[in-house]
Ligand binder design. Structure first.
Ligand code: NOJ
Length: 748
């Protein structure tokens, strides 16, 4: 980590070679085993003392981690340290917004800082290995784990995932003391988010070209950022579960990417090969996994149980085991565990609440505003099931999150009551007590309270447990009686500002129409309350952008911005179900790709988010290095003769035309209009988050190489290769936009 890469390499290799040469087969296999506390304590400790455990996880606390570490270091023959792992997903005691909300910040520098602060907190509790970031590109908000990733776009996910890896893994100085980095574990390799129907653990079918264009780039970016480990996924990918997938784990991860990171299974994903229907029994599963180079077995114990036997039967070559153990020892070496196996047992210092506040502020997306926001000196009613829920605002995967640190929206408004809402101008009546609550009595109370208010702040959405692993939903409406409550609040005639706290995009089209303003906050973490207060009252100008498309209805899913146009794009306006004449002939409703209930357009597109100010985008200018041709209409650039040397400079000017100083995120989109393969309507290739004072203009410039425009192409023999400018007359368009939009008229 902090050591020079070149000298470290050889020193590291020498160290590992020497250690490996002294290990017995049993000790090697022991390193490939990871245990959690669900193991019987005596049995677990006996295994550690015998050198049959490489890693522990879900054991938290410096003293306890050190106690087990002492057994490994002081009582085993070779004294190889354990590495303590944990699901550290979006913070430790101090919780940052869920990763989907982090995606909405479009601010990788900030996310890197949050990861670094998280690593510092986790270290104080003994944790040296985090099972995150999750970089599964997700097109399906029904899938509960959409909350854990950075959204639907491969580029945004790559940038955010790499930032998190850097933040975790970099050593840092804290009060003159070096805090070593925490190993990242990038997951779930690969294709997990494409589970059919958005149902967790389900089958995935992903053609090789799509796998490489959409699902793999964030993993590759994380590997290039130096990720120390990757985790296998649970799904079967085109019929082959990842833990047994040689093509993924060896051909791509090792041979193409040349990664030396450790590959760990997911929880029992090795033994799952039996219920998958791939293996007859666990021994067979161990064989399939080791042959596909799954290097460490999380919790399944199939390696400890069967590998020795498989080696003795000559079904497994010890060289393969050496390769796996080498990766494990390397991770430990790079974490400095051989020199410093123990963590300090001092009283942990508090986390960085200011940073958590900033990330929460930047993660909220303003979806609608009829001018009511920011609030003035109105009497506000704070209502809704999520206005004062210290735990729920933290979101999914917060095993260690300290609920007592949470500041809810209600608390924030109460604390700030002398500011925007002077004493006596704040009313609280929750209406519903949790998101699935259906009790009409509470709604009536909220309606009565609304009569005394000028503005209603309705904090609605989903409780934390409705998203995350195995928390998939077939219906994405507001749960419980929240829709009825919205109707009742709107019926009072008072303006309703809807603040949605949820783990995914919800189908809130009707409520958006009803509301005076809508702020989508995801689950904002410890500091969600003050962040929302600051935005609602104008102390902070909203700057979040949707990291995922918001569908109008579940039937549109999967719906994502970088889709293909089809040969028969949607009519504008489409012919919806009620407008079809009774008895009309079949031919009159053909020719167009849409649903009878809704056009193809989403409720909100990817990259969308309003501000309290307005921005005016100038013409996009494109310049290509060889010919230096600037296009007339600012859209298309001429091709170079030697495409691989091409370099594009794309720029535009943005003016803040409103009265607030604010951040804006110009996004560079590209479309290939014709070429060797059909390509998406637009693809994100860059973004910048820039601060523009009111009335001022700023220039933004992006540079792109031909590599950025390349895509994968399947050859006739089934092998994939990357192509650039697939045909000579490939025609590209470029545009710098405030959010994703198809780059040509639909009828073109
Ligand atoms: C299963 C989840 O899929 C994975 O993301 C997590 O890290 C492990 N369990 C460990 O808890």
């Amino acid at each position: 980590m902090a050591v020079c890469a070149c000298s470290r390499k050889s020193e590291e290799d020498r160290f590992i070679d020497d250690l490996l040469s002294r290990m017995t087969l049993e000790e090697k296999i022991g390193q490939m085993n990871q245990l959690d506390p669900s193991w019987n304590a005596e049995e677990k400790e006996a295994l550690i003392r015998e050198g049959k455990v490489g890693s522990i996880f879900n054991i938290v606390g410096a003293k306890e981690v050190n106690r087990l570490q002492r057994m490994a270091v002081e009582e085993t023959r070779l004294g190889i340290p354990l590495v303590a792992a944990r699901d550290v997903i979006h913070g430790f005691k101090t919780i940052y917004p869920i990763p989907l909300g982090q995606g909405a910040t479009f601010n990788p520098e900030l996310i890197e800082q949050a990861a670094q602060a998280t690593a510092k907190e986790a270290y104080q509790y003994g944790i040296r290995w985090a099972f995150s970031p999750m970089v599964d590109v997700a097109h399906d908000p029904r899938w509960g784990r959409v909350a854990e990733g950075y959204g639907e776009d491969p580029y945004l996910t790559s940038v955010m995932g790499a930032a998190t890896v850097r933040g975790y893994q970099n050593d840092q100085m804290v009060n003159d003391q070096m805090v070593p980095g925490m190993a990242a574990c990038v997951k779930h390799f690969a294709g997990y988010s494409a589970s059919e129907g958005g149902r967790d653990y389900n089958t995935t079918w992903i053609p090789e070209t799509q796998l490489r264009d959409i699902y793999l780039p964030p993993f590759k970016a994380a590997v290039e950022a130096g990720a120390m480990s990757l985790m296998c996924s649970f799904n079967d990918l085109n019929g082959l579960p990842s833990s047994a997938n040689h093509h993924l784990n060896v051909d791509i991860f090792r041979d193409e990417w040349h990664s030396d990171a450790l590959l760990v299974s997911d929880w029992g994903s090795g033994s799952d090969l039996v219920p998958h229907g791939l293996c007859a029994d666990k021994k067979d599963a161990a064989l399939r996994c080791i042959n596909a180079r799954m290097e460490m077995d999380m919790q399944g114990n199939i390696y400890n149980d069967y590998l020795t036997e498989l080696v003795n039967e000559k079904k497994v070559n010890e060289q393969m085991i050496n390769a796996c153990v080498r990766s494990i020892l390397r991770l430990k070496y790079r974490l400095g565990l051989f020199d410093n196996p123990y963590v300090p047992e001092d009283t942990p210092a508090p986390g960085d609440a200011e940073l958590a506040l900033r990330v929460a502020e930047e993660s909220a997306v303003l979806l609608k505003n009829n001018g009511i926001l920011p609030l003035n000196d109105q009497i506000v009613l704070i209502t809704g099931p999520l206005a004062h829920q210290k735990k729920e605002q933290l979101g999914t995967w917060v095993f260690d999150g300290d609920t007592s640190l949470s500041i809810t929206p209600l608390m924030a408004f109460e604390q700030m009551v002398n500011g925007i809402c002077p004493n006596g101008k704040l009313i609280y009546e929750p209406g519903l007590t949790f998101s699935r609550d259906k009790n009409p009595v509470g709604i009536a109370k909220a309606v009565a309270a609304a009569k005394k208010a000028d503005v209603i702040l309705y904090f609605c959405g989903e409780e934390a447990i409705l998203s995350g692993e195995a928390r998939c939903r077939a219906n994405l409406d507001l749960p419980g009686a929240q829709i009825e409550m919205m109707d009742a609040l709107v019926a009072t005639g008072k303006p309703v500002v809807m603040i949605v706290m949820a783990g995914r995009p919800l189908t809130i089209g009707r409520q958006v129409d009803q509301a005076a303003a809508v702020l989508y906050a995801f689950h904002g973490g410890t500091m969600a309350g003050p962040a929302l207060y600051n935005i609602l009252t104008g102390k902070v100008v909203p700057s979040g952008k949707t990291p995922i498309t918001f569908p109008k209805m579940v039937g549109q899913i999967p719906l994502y911005y970088n889709r293909h146009n089809t040969g028969r794009p949607s009519y504008d306006p489409p012919m919806l179900i009620d407008s079809i004449p009774i008895g009309c002939p079949q031919f009159s409703i053909g020719q167009s790709s849409y649903w009878l209930e809704t056009p193809t357009e989403p409720l909100f597109p990817f990259g969308f988010g309003l501000s309290y100010t307005t921005f005016e985008y100038g013409e996009t200018k494109v310049c290509q290095s060889e010919r230096r041709s600037v296009s007339e209409n600012g859209l298309s650039a001429e091709r170079s003769v030697s495409p691989k040397d091409g370099l594009y400079t794309v720029s535009c000017t943005i003016k803040n035309t409103g009265s607030y100083d604010a951040y804006e995120t110009p996004q560079l989109y590209v479309r290939q209009l014709s070429g060797d393969l059909v390509r998406p309507l637009c693809e994100l290739k860059g973004f910048q988050k820039i601060f523009i004072p009111a009335g001022e203009t700023r220039d933004v410039t992006f540079t792109l190489t031909d590599d950025d425009l390349g895509y994968w192409h399947e050859s006739h023999d089934g092998l994939s290769s990357r192509v650039w400018f697939a045909t000579d007359d490939a025609d590209f368009r470029f545009a710098i936009l405030p959010y994703s939009q198809p780059l040509v008229p639909k009828d073109k």
